[in-house]
Design a protein around this ligand. Structure first.
Ligand code: SAH
Ligand code: SF4
Length: 420
């Protein structure tokens, strides 16, 4: 499933185009404050920002000459100095169940993925925050790809901009029939990457998602999902009031540290305290933490662990999403049987927890949770080590130590954490 990483001629042309374009300011990722400052720097009134935001995010316009309520002079200046530019769409795949997946080129031979999931009464866009991920959770396809770079705010909001444009176009007043595909009511930062390790760009993009001059999504319907970067979660509470999902996956530190390595640095008690502080700090007191629990056969899906989870979360205001593991090429883990998943759920339900089982969507286009791989030109060499490991396992020889003890992934995570 992981696409070949050779840099094609098309990639090179694209990179050259991007280098030329980089000298221009990309207005797509600017919040109202940023855009107002830019207008002032051009000698314009700050309120021009409001007009331009509507053109970009309400009407999907990327050509300054079409912005008819701006003066001709300003339109000319903007055409020379600025751009409204989104990543190139390499492919757009539709599943039989209505799920849609985009592969977007982000330069250097790398691509990211974005997924739209229609459900009765709502449509959710699953958005990526980084090219790959440095954190290397054992059950995640993105983690196995290593890490290339952070996405810019423009590249993050572009995923929503492109998705809106790809369905019915830009018309905020459009009424949708029940069950009609294409309406985007929710965004979850659950695509490729760890959003809290790309803090400023993710916060700026989420602000645009929730801003009435852009997408006007309810703060209850924009969710940041984290594997537990505690210091950044504490900072999030100071600047955002989006909803929060915690990727827990295990009820004790020993098991969680095996599945989610960042747990060694920020263990469960610390993470849940921070998540509680975040939720308590929100202006409305109705919101709860979403706990994500990926169920892996014979690894974290026993009834004993379900009981432990009940004890752990007894006083935490939360709902628990149960996600049966989605298999991918480089993983030996298995999805549990439906009976095991239901038995785990029953323990939680009987203790009073809301614990829906997330059904797999977009299976035919590899769009399920945790399968998003895109194509990452990996700076950490982790992906090569995993591929070597899986090939060698097939050949029967043993380079386990080389693969498992490879120094670069840990060091890379630490550097990235230190940067935050
Ligand atoms: N880095 C963030 C957001 C991206 S991962 C985080 O970890 O929360 C989004 C969700 O997909 C997480 O809950 C993650 O645990 C889950 N996930 C990853 N790989 C999976 C897989 N193979 N099967 C099912 N869920 C998976
Ligand atoms: Fe990164 Fe999230 Fe995947 Fe872990 S689960 S490797 S944090 S994207």
């Amino acid at each position: 499933m992981i696409a070949g990483l050779a840099i094609t001629v098309q990639d090179k042309v694209q990179d050259t185009v991007q280098e030329v374009m980089q000298t221009k300011v990309n207005l797509l990722g600017l919040t109202e404050v940023g855009l107002s400052d830019y207008m002032v720097s051009l000698g314009e009134k700050p309120f021009r920002a409001k007009q331009i935001m509507k053109w970009i995010h309400h009407m999907g316009v990327s050509d300054f000459n079409s912005m008819t309520d701006l003066s001709k002079g300003l339109r000319k200046t903007l055409s020379e100095q600025a751009q409204i530019s989104a990543p190139e769409v390499v492919s757009q795949l539709d599943s039989v169940d209505g799920t849609r997946k985009w592969l977007l080129r982000v330069g250097g031979g790398s691509c990211i993925e974005t997924v739209y999931i229609p459900e009765p009464g709502r449509g959710t866009l699953c958005v990526s925050s980084q090219v790959g991920c440095s954190l290397d959770c054992s059950f995640c396809a993105t983690g196995k790809q290593g890490f290339m770079r952070d996405l810019s705010a423009a590249e993050i909001i572009a995923q929503l901009w492109l998705a809106v444009g790809s369905f019915n176009g830009f018309d905020p007043a459009r009424k949708y029939a029940d069950g009609e595909i294409g309406r985007i009511t929710n965004v979850v930062m659950m695509g490729m990457g760890e959003p809290l390790l790309n803090f400023d760009s993710v916060v700026a993009a989420m602000n645009l998602m929730m801003d009435d001059r852009a997408y006007g999504l309810s703060k209850r319907r924009v969710t940041l999902s984290t594997s537990g970067v505690v210091p950044m979660l504490d900072r999030l509470g100071e600047v955002s009031d989006c909803s929060l999902a915690i990727s827990l996956h295990a009820p004790n530190d020993k098991l969680r540290s095996e599945l989610v390595p960042i747990n060694k640095k920020y263990p469960i008690a610390m993470l849940l305290d921070s998540a509680q502080r975040y939720i308590n700090g929100l202006s409305d007191n109705k919101r709860v933490i979403t706990i994500e629990y990926t169920l892996i056969d014979q690894v974290n899906d026993s009834l004993e662990l379900a009981e432990q989870l009940v004890e752990l979360l007894r006083d935490v205001p939360c709902k628990i999403n149960l996600i049966p593991f989605n298999p991918f090429d480089l993983s030996d883990y298995k999805r549990p049987s439906n009976n095991r998943v239901k038995a785990f759920q029953r323990v939680l339900n009987e203790a009073g927890f809301i614990a829906p089982i997330r059904t797999t969507r977009g299976d035919d286009i590899d769009a399920a949770c945790g399968q998003l791989a895109g194509a990452v030109l990996d700076r950490t060499n982790r992906s090569a080590r995993y591929r070597l490991k899986s090939r060698t396992a097939l050949n029967g020889s043993d380079v386990e130590a080389l693969v498992v003890d490879g120094p670069k992934s840990e060091a890379d995570s630490d550097n990235i954490l230190a940067r935050g």
